[in-house]
Design a protein around this ligand. Structure first.
Ligand code: WT7
Length: 638
């Protein structure tokens, strides 16, 4: 039998062969990779799909349990191999290691705990925890018994948490008393208590003791983690799942206030995350891999839990933040655990780049071999800083484009195999059929292209639906372009076929009959040397149908606002055309952002529409104070 390592891309020929095979014979390609896993029953059809419904099924009628593939295989063949090296928030606290055998035992014990309180296959379990090993254990324990995990990032408020619990009617929530983040403690149990006042479906709240906070206790509902698992066996037979059974739900924000519960299934997700993890990071069996994400996001699900464990990797999991106890923490951890692959986000890189370079240079980073970036387009300045200071001008950087919805990485270079190009995600991976269409939806055949990114063929880890709302799934992803997946991003392709993601395009505004994407307008405003960041939204206009309002942040306060507005208009006229000039330019000191760093355009759109009150769900805002500031600025202008 073949091993997943046999599908590791070793050179450019390999890459081209795999890409060709995946394009010409996708079923053969993916079934070959799938055959390297442990299945309880082989699938009938490799792929069944009809994107007019839309419906996608992979490895149909195959039976498996993903945790057997993540844990049991390696606990048997290599029991002492490290699965997780857990680094605490406080550098003085000892790090913890879980071998594959230990992790399997802990997962089994907790699986038995969940069974003890009546959790069954198909039940939805909310997990709201800090970055401690028990979070990973809870996730895998759900998967072991076929319960559907819905991890909610532990930075979300009680209102946001309650909305997510209720949307998928979870019966159990798993949390901790508190969570350490830098020099702060997040009172997680308290936030849960607040949320659970409005969550009638929750029967039990399992609490792991981490910070020893004083907490309230509801004795018919709350159970300590340690009490739950006390005396339980560390063996638990995995529940056999159908390939297309739901593995998890993960919420992501949409263009309305209501979050979308993206549904991922077992078989396809397993095959795709393992294959992409191994290839994009060029992971070798003795490497130590570190992704700095939180398991509350898809990056954590796919490239901290499932992907790495599926190939038997050793990963660092970090509880803390990059700035604590000082801004050298990431590099100190890299040195301490001799990290080989390091995967982080552009926003982290930008804040790290602002600190004195001593924080980097104090540490020996010679173990590093691959650097990664994910979550948003990486700007040239940040890319160069990363390349020069962390990669010492030598290491490949993988700029990985994907989404909660895609489950795994879609566009990325392969270190030392394919070419990289700063600010370009570069090549669609084998099996990813990307294309670019113009604003009228016409396919651009030439290599050089700029327009809207589409994927025209299913890949194994595509989200199958939005929990409880298949119509919305169809409308958002499969309606704008017939039988194609629309990710909502704009892209540029160069003469060599390399892709650069230019930003979201679903904020299209029609001004005087012209389709205008707000992303390219923002890009040209941002070219102004005095501009830090901008956001452009549309609002109804008597004559033009719609007009544009630009919110801009400047590096420094200036006296002459009028001349900067004129310069911005000139830039836009030059790069896009006078039609794209905003009607109003508003100078602000900040923009409303989600915790993952995305601008909440929805709120700005309300403001532009002169609606100052009905802002919808603002519970996920990182900086709520900015909302009032912008309101006041606008009132002064009116
Ligand atoms: C959106 C998806 C992918 C996991 C974390 C974010 C943007 C993501 C890149 C990249 C340019 C990127 C896109 C995408 N994005 N990676 N390498 N270059 N843009 O997952 O929260 O579902 O967000 O993030 O706009 O659609 P997410």
């Amino acid at each position: 039998m073949k091993n997943i390592e046999d599908y590791k891309i070793k050179n450019l020929d390999d890459f081209n062969n795999q890409r060709e095979m995946a394009a010409n014979e996708p079923e053969l390609f993916w079934s070959g990779i799938a055959s390297t896993f442990q299945w309880n029953k082989k699938w009938k059809n490799t792929l069944k799909y009809d994107w007019s419904i839309p419906n996608t099924e992979w490895f149909v009628e195959g039976k498996l349990n993903i945790t057997e593939n993540c844990l049991d295989r390696y606990a048997k063949s290599n029991p002492d191999k490290k699965a997780i090296i857990w680094e605490a928030n406080d550098p003085n606290e000892d790090f913890k290691v879980y071998t594959y055998k230990e992790l399997l035992d802990e997962v089994c014990k907790f699986s038995n705990g969940l069974k003890k309180i009546g959790v069954k296959k198909g039940d939805r379990i909310c997990i709201y925890m800090p970055m401690i090993p028990e979070l990973t254990i809870a996730v895998l324990a759900c998967a072991r018994i076929g319960a559907i995990h819905s991890v909610v990032f532990a930075g979300f408020s009680s209102v946001a948490l309650a909305a997510r619990i209720n949307d998928s009617s979870c019966s159990v929530i798993i949390t901790s008393d508190g969570g350490f983040r830098g020099d702060k403690i997040t009172p997680l149990k308290k936030i849960c208590d607040q949320a659970l006042k409005n969550c009638p479906t929750i029967k039990n709240c399992i609490v792991y003791k981490r910070t020893s906070e004083k907490i309230d206790w509801f004795k018919n509902r709350d159970i300590w983690w340690d009490d739950l698992i006390y005396g339980l066996p560390d063996k638990c037979d995995p529940t056999i799942m159908n390939s297309e059974d739901t593995l998890f739900i993960l919420y992501t924000s949409g263009s309305t206030g209501k979050p979308k519960g993206m549904v991922h299934t077992c078989g396809g997700y397993m095959v795709y995350t393992a294959y992409t993890f191994m290839n994009v990071f060029q992971y070798s069996q003795n490497d130590v891999y570190w992704c700095t994400a939180d398991i509350g996001w898809i990056t954590g699900h796919s490239y901290m839990v499932y992907g790495p464990l599926l190939v038997g990797a050793t990963s660092v999991h970090f509880e803390g933040v990059p700035s604590y106890p000082d801004w050298g923490r990431f590099w100190q951890v890299c040195q301490k655990h001799k990290v080989n692959q390091f995967y982080t986000a552009p926003t982290a890189i930008r804040s790290l780049a602002k600190q004195p370079i001593d924080f980097v240079n104090k540490y020996n980073l010679s173990s590093l071999s691959v650097l990664g970036s994910v979550g948003e387009p990486i700007n040239l300045e940040a890319w160069e800083w990363y390349y020069k200071n962390i990669g010492k001008g030598k290491l490949p950087i993988v700029d990985t484009w994907w989404q909660t919805e895609t489950g795994g990485i879609m566009i990325s270079s392969i270190p030392k195999v394919t070419k990289q190009k700063p600010t370009y995600a570069t090549s669609p991976l084998p099996g990813v059929n990307a294309e670019i269409v113009d604003n009228n939806g016409n396919l651009i055949e030439e290599s050089s292209a700029e327009g809207i990114l589409l994927i025209n063929f299913p890949w194994p880890s595509i989200a199958r639906t939005i929990y409880g709302d298949h119509d919305r799934y169809k409308n958002v992803y499969f309606s704008a372009y017939k039988n194609k997946y629309f990710p909502g991003d704009g892209a540029l392709r160069d003469e060599n076929g390399m892709y650069r993601i230019t930003g979201r395009v679903d904020d299209v505004v029609i001004v005087s009959g012209h389709n205008l994407g707000t992303a390219p307008i923002e890009n040209s405003i941002n070219e102004h040397p005095k501009v830090v960041e901008s956001a452009v939204v549309g609002y109804p206009h008597e004559i033009k149908g719609n007009a544009l309002m630009a919110f801009i942040i400047l590096y420094d306060k200036i006296d002459d606002n009028e001349s900067i507005k004129k310069e911005i208009n000139d830039l836009i006229s030059n790069s896009i055309g006078p039609i794209a000039k905003p009607e109003k330019v508003i100078i602000v000191s900040g923009l409303p952002k989600t915790r993952s760093g995305k601008i909440m355009r929805r709120i700005l759109r309300k403001f532009a529409n002169n609606d100052m009150e009905n802002l919808g769900d603002t519970s996920t805002l990182l900086n709520p104070e900015i909302v009032n500031e912008i309101k006041n600025t606008l009132k002064l202008l009116n």
